[in-house]
Design a protein around this ligand. Structure first.
Ligand SMILES: CC(C)(COP(=O)(O)OP(=O)(O)OC[C@H]1O[C@@H](n2cnc3c(N)ncnc32)[C@H](O)[C@@H]1OP(=O)(O)O)[C@@H](O)C(=O)NCCC(=O)NCCS
Length: 208
């Protein structure tokens, strides 16, 4: 199960202790910081359509990401970005939402917490998957500066798959950011853009 994309796994798999910048740092297994939040969706969480507000779920997920990341890091953590936020199904008032979070990946000073959300109708006993998303958190030391986080000990095939998936998402995000920065810097309203927009539901009304 070890992949050439994740060479560091070779050392992670067999050791609990790592030497980083002249200090010994002990890693934590994924299970060490795995956490769950369960909350009843009360009427004041509803949006104008009577369903639970997406922002309420985001806020709960942010808290869970904080708990998982801070427990692993042993430090205060802040949210830097959130990937793959999708609300797959509406959550109804009266349902019980359970969010399961675990650290999927650690970089040098950042961590990725993966969160899976389910919502249960207690009367019908039906549970549905409502969302999965990934919070990137950065650990901060007492001076407010980013600090290194302990390595992640991967104990199962699933841990390894999640770590590698997070690594791929990080590469895609960094490539995407570079692409968009270049696109923005070189943007010209030329014939190519006019042709692109001709397929879209917009009216190009910029004076020549
Ligand atoms: C998070 C923050 C400290 C990063 O500062 P920085 O100067 O870019 O720090 P660094 O360059 O040392 O990067 C630290 C890590 O953050 C990661 N990072 C920085 N910006 C990122 C972004 N937009 N998305 C994902 N990861 C990011 C870096 O890749 C690096 O990861 P690594 O150590 O695992 O390689 C800074 O942007 C910050 O304080 N942001 C505000 C966070 C906050 O207040 N959140 C609450 C919202 S109200």
């Amino acid at each position: 199960m070890l992949s050439a994309d994740c060479p560091m796994l070779l050392s992670f798999a067999s050791l609990d202790m790592f030497i980083l910048e002249d200090c010994i740092m002990v890693g934590h297994p994924v299970a060490y910081s795995r956490s769950v939040i369960t909350e009843l969706m009360v009427p004041n969480y509803a949006n104008f359509g009577g369903k639970v507000h997406g922002g309420t779920l985001m806020s709960l997920m942010d808290k869970l990401a904080y708990v998982c990341a801070s427990k692993h890091a042993g430090n205060y953590c802040v949210t830097v970005s959130v990937d793959n936020v999708q609300f797959l199904r509406p959550v109804e008032v009266g349902e019980v939402v359970s969010l399961m979070g675990s650290v999927n990946y650690v970089g040098k000073k950042s961590l990725v917490v993966g969160i899976r959300g389910t919502s249960e109708n207690l009367h019908e006993g039906i549970s549905k998957h409502t969302n999965t998303c990934y919070f990137t958190m950065v650990a901060k030391g007492s001076g407010g500066k980013p600090v290194e986080v302990p390595p992640l000990i991967l104990e199962t095939d699933e841990d390894v798959r999640r770590f590698c998936s997070a690594l791929q998402r990080r590469r895609i995000r960094e490539d995407g950011l570079l692409f968009m920065n270049r696109y923005k810097a070189n943007f010209l309203l030329d014939n190519e853009v006019s042709e692109l927009l001709a397929q879209e539901r917009c009216v190009l009304a910029v004076p020549k």
